[in-house]
Design a protein around this ligand. Structure first.
Ligand code: AVJ
Length: 315
């Protein structure tokens, strides 16, 4: 048999999303598809760039306050991490948690996740690690282990990739997953000087540009398309009205591209909108989470107020 539905399925979803996104008047592609194996590696490179402050700042906050965060989680918690990536930040938490019953990292990039989980298991031999390969924007199964409390760890300001109504839906779903009394430890990037923001998405070494263009490389490979990534220019800027960084790929020439049997025309200068990264203020976010059934218990931030980590309790 040549058709294995459990393998074909995720790809069908990818194809449908790409075809739908490229058919819009303002072409767009969902940012979650950045993270194939190459994209995940490029993102890890981004986190180490001088210009990219969020990861480093969040790590500083986590290092300074991991003990208080772990105390909020309490003993024997089930820790669920959304968009787990390389599993570096969570170590700071795991080092402080009181007998966690299990750790369930959830990520779309199966290869990357399994590798990271194996590496983590070496350093935490007593911990029950259950990687869940899933798109956390859809529903997914969690290990059914008894725990004092369920806590979702959602770091990296990944919440910033969601439009406000999607972010609300996700927050409501997290509240439902952890149940009343359950927690959410949320990392968010804050509003700040535009120069600092724009530099973070326009690094001198061009790693962010490569990360952006890799989406086209992935589409070529997985969906049989003929994009020439070099004919698309990386564009990232701060949209003040929406308080978000926008990333685009701008076609430098007029061209017709093929994705499978579909074709898409590009004018010279026409863009594909590839990512939004919303920047929040703590009071604004507090109002939002409250409306989604979560109570803000504690906020930790850095000296420059660049980034915040929030502990929220589901009502
Ligand atoms: C995954 C949301 C943390 O918006 O900063 C980094 C991804 N995109 N550079 C962000 C990203 C371009 C990122 N987050």
């Amino acid at each position: 048999m040549t058709n294995t539905p459990w393998l074909a399925c995720p790809n069908r979803r990818f194809r449908a999303d790409v075809l739908a996104g490229l058919s819009l008047p303002q072409k767009r592609l969902p940012a979650k598809y950045f993270y194939d194996a190459v994209g995940s590696r490029l993102f890890d490179e981004i986190t180490e760039l001088d210009e990219y402050y969020p990861t480093r700042t969040e790590l500083t906050i986590m290092t300074a306050h991991a003990r208080e965060m772990a105390a909020r989680c309490g003993p024997r918690c089930l820790l669920i991490e959304l968009g787990a990536g390389s599993l570096t930040k969570v170590r700071l938490l795991l080092d402080r948690l009181d007998q966690p019953t299990a750790y369930a990292p959830v990520d779309v990039s199966g290869e990357h996740l399994r590798g990271a989980a194996t590496a983590l298991a070496v350093d935490y031999p007593a911990l029950d690690i259950t990687p869940v390969v899933a798109d956390f924007t859809t529903s997914f199964d969690l290990p059914s282990v008894p725990a004092n409390r369920r806590v979702v760890y959602f770091p990296g300001s990944t919440i910033g990739n969601f439009d406000p109504h999607e972010a609300d839906a996700l927050l409501r779903r997290v509240a439902r997953i952890v149940g009343p009394g359950g927690g959410l430890l949320l990392g968010v990037d804050l509003r700040k000087d535009v120069t600092v923001l724009e530099r973070a998405y326009n690094d001198a070494a061009g790693v962010t540009a490569a990360f952006n263009r890799n989406l086209l490389v992935r589409i070529n490979r997985e969906l049989g398309a003929n994009f020439v990534p070099d004919t698309f220019r990386h564009l990232a800027f701060y949209n003040r009205d929406q308080s978000r960084i926008e990333m685009h790929l701008v076609s430098t020439i007029e061209q017709r591209m093929r994705v499978g049997s579909a074709t898409f025309d590009f004018r010279a200068g026409e863009s594909i909108h590839t990512e939004n990264s919303y920047k929040y203020s703590v009071p604004e976010l507090a109002a939002r989470v409250t409306a989604c059934g979560l109570r803000l218990d504690e906020t930790w931030t850095d000296a420059q107020n660049y980034f915040a980590v929030l502990y929220l309790t589901a009502q």
